[in-house]
Every structure is written in structure tokens, then in C-alpha cells.
Design a binder for this molecule. Sequence first.
Ligand code: MN
Length: 258
Amino acid sequence: MRVLADLAAGIATGAVEIVDLTAPLTETTPIIQLPAPFANTKGFSLEEISRYDDRGPGWYWNNVTMGEHCGTHLDVPVHWASGRDGVDVGQVPPGQLVAPAVVLDKSAEVADNPDFLLETDDVRAFEGEYGALPAGGWLVYRTGWDTRSADQEAFLNADENGPHTPGISVECAKWLAEETELLGVGVETVGTDAGAAHSFDPPFPCHSYLLGAGKYGLTQLQNVARLPVTGAVLVVAPLPIVGGSGSPARVLALIEAP
Ligand code: MN
């Protein structure tokens, strides 16, 4: 198949670049913090088994601990009550893990308003300029939030009223879920929903509508600024956790060299 040989040649020559959209996993990788009385996820940690020592003289290895929703990760339908009859992360078809993406940039708006919400009219205007959203592909919503990703406090941006991070309006989330053929929505923030979405009706509309429609969420992406508006292909690689509600994922973008 010539197309794969062309792809390999493109990567070798640099005509095709691979951009890593994944946050590094460390003990300080930000994780979501739900208010009481809700239970919270564990962050990432390493436990050393041996390191060229009495416990294993010739080798180094660790146990890892983390929640399914730690760092850059994929949300799948069973994560939400509305999607409980959908697929778990071990059931995602491999053909859905390599898919086109478009990038809608609202980083300028978010710089002025961390509670900025994407509206359906914004997406329609984007389609008017760049063409229809990709069927079976990703809408990557750029907010510039990845610049905060090394600092839990700045990333969650919470005050006494809760977190202030950008997201998607209730109406737009419903429209994306029900009126588009998207595979899912990717974001730079800790989750696909806005920080204030706990008080929306319904609460957490991206989770509720998108996962309820069998779509996916992809969170804590980095380096989205390096992607073209259209034409990138994402490779999303979650662990095949049987029964899992999501998984940390390595997310790579293939782009044509600018
Ligand atoms: Mn999640």
C-alpha cells in the first residue's frame, strides 16, 4: 500500500512532523479536585522496585499508581451515567484511535476571561471559514490553558466559588453531541467541562451529552498551538483497561511540516 510507504518516507524526511500533545506524568501532574462529599482520584506516583541494587542488581523498575483520569487522558462513554451502556476504555475500536482533528482557537478570549464558554455560533462560524467538522474526528478546543499545566494551583484556578477554567456552554455541548458526527472533543484543561460546570443545568454538560452520545473526551493536551487549524491526524493511545472508564493516553499529532 503506497500510502503507508509515503507516510514513512514523510516522517523520515521531516515532511511529516510528530507533535507530542501529552503532559509528562510526575507526582506534580495536576489532577481534578472534586468538592466534598465526592471521592477524588489518586495522582501519579512511582514506587521503586529495584535500581541496580540488592533488590535487583542488574535492573531498574517501578510500580506506578494513578487514577484513570490522571494527566493527559481519554474519557469514554461509561465514565458518565448518561453513557453507562456505551463502551469502556478496553472496548474502544482501534480504528477510532487514529483520526483527523481540527483546532478551534479561543485562547485570546480565554486570556481575558478564564470562565469563557464556547458557543454553537462560534463553531458554526469556524465551519463557515474552514469547512465542516470532521466526521469521525476530533474538535480540539484551544484555550491556551496548557501554559498553566505545570502548576496545579494555576491549572485548577479555584477560588471560594470553585474553579475558573474555560469550557463549552450547555447548548453547544448538546449540539456537538447530537448534531455533529465528531468522534469527540479535546481540551487543554483538566476536564472537558468548564470549571463552573458543576452549577450548569445539566451539570457537566460535555460529559453528560458527549459521553451519552457515545463520543469521547480528551483532556490535558499540550502543544496544541503547534497544530494547523485543519489537516492534523491524532494518534490517541489509551491503555486497554478492561472495564475502565478512561485511561492516561499518549497523544501524538501527525502534521505536515509548516
Ligand atoms: Mn476524565
